[in-house]
Design a protein around this ligand. Structure first.
Ligand code: MRU
Length: 347
């Protein structure tokens, strides 16, 4: 058995201010960004201060509370309309991860109809969502790890760890639980071009927990699988459609194809807040495209031939038939399909 590692928390609510670990500066520097209104939160989500589907949902929830405080203090007559404008701006900050929209919907449901101070009510609701995400990660970690036979090598992609959530992580929650239980002997992380979430975030937080992790370039995944060192690919998700098709960081679909071609297992770990029952299939998931400069430049320096066209979709969709299991806080769905996912939402 390995020692149980400590947990990292990237989102803090300190004295009624939202404080976010600035993930753009990791691993070189540990620094924090303060958000005092919804505009600050929109910028933090859009500019990648805060990353990962559950984490951006939690940040947005606090953003609603901050917006309520500002508008209620300014004008008791018009605060509701101003709050709705800020919720719309938060909703538009990034398009793919549905946890953002899910969290905003939960916050809208909590807006008090009567005379209660909306800041007090909404800040309490955001804290509840924050705590519930941490608990969900710990539960899904245990459920997912139980599928992994002892002695496994696991490959993960992007960052689906404590840094992408309230803490502990989705895919890295499975890896943390599997490592603590002695089921996982080796962890490999794809570097994850172009933002290098694997190299900068996943490697940083696993090493901080004393979990041995080996970095590979994204293109080395097939070679690694062919060498027999990997038994499971485990990733997070940004949106799971009703039929089980799953959007996650660009490159995940390729890993799922490779896992199937090599007879290996592919697991998604995600909370129920990532399952979008209103999106019928993967074809309906909006895929974010970001600036081509993320490919053509590295740390501000040009690395591509001047004038080349570059395409930068930052998520892709893995079809459900390539997914062996989805681990959630309510248990594992093997060979996911529409009916099995719907059952997760039954009492
Ligand atoms: O663009 P990012 O860094 O926000 O993308 C993050 C991912 O794609 C994660 O793999 C995903 O959100 C997993 S959820 C913990």
């Amino acid at each position: 058995m390995h020692a149980q590692p400590p947990v990292t928390h990237p989102i803090e609510w300190r004295d009624d201010v939202l404080v976010l670990l600035d993930q753009r500066r990791l691993p070189a520097a540990v620094s924090w960004v303060e958000c005092r209104d919804a505009n600050d939160v929109v910028a933090a989500i859009r500019d990648m201060v805060v990353r990962g589907a559950p984490a951006i949902g939690i940040a947005a929830a606090y953003g609603v509370a901050l917006a309520a405080r500002r508008h209620y203090e300014r004008d008791r007559g018009t605060w509701r309309a101003a709050l709705e404008d800020d919720i719309a701006a938060l909703r538009a900050a990034r398009p793919t991860a549905v946890n953002l929209m899910w969290a905003l919907d939960r916050m809208r449901e909590a807006i008090p109809a009567g005379g209660d101070d909306p800041f007090v009510v909404l800040a309490a609701r955001a804290c509840e969502l924050h705590a519930a995400d941490l608990a969900a990660n710990q539960a899904m970690g245990a459920h997912g790890a139980a599928l992994i036979a002892p002695g496994a090598g696991v490959l993960t992609h992007c960052n689906a760890g404590a840094l992408a959530t309230a803490g502990y992580g989705t895919a890295l929650g499975v890896i943390r639980a599997g490592w603590a239980a002695g089921r996982i002997d080796a962890v490999y992380a794809c570097e994850t071009r172009p933002w290098l979430q694997g190299a900068r975030l996943t490697a940083w937080e696993l090493l901080a927990d004393g979990i041995d992790v080996t970095l590979i370039v994204d293109g080395a995944a097939a070679h690694l699988m062919a060498s027999g060192r990997v038994q499971w690919v485990v990733t997070g998700a940004d949106r799971i459609a009703a039929n089980g098709d799953t959007a996650n960081k660009i490159g995940t679909y390729g890993l799922a194809c490779l896992a199937r071609a090599h007879g290996l297992k592919f697991m998604i770990a995600a909370p129920l807040s990532t399952i979008d029952r209103d999106t019928p299939s993967g074809a309906d998931i909006p895929i974010e495209h970001r600036d081509a400069a993320e490919l053509t430049h590295l740390a501000g320096q040009p690395v591509a031939a001047p004038g080349v066209h570059a395409l930068n979709p930052v998520f892709d969709v893995t079809p459900a038939h390539l997914i062996d299991a989805i681990a959630t806080e309510k248990g594992v769905v093997e060979r996911p399909d529409r009916a099995a996912l719907a059952r997760l939402f039954e009492a």
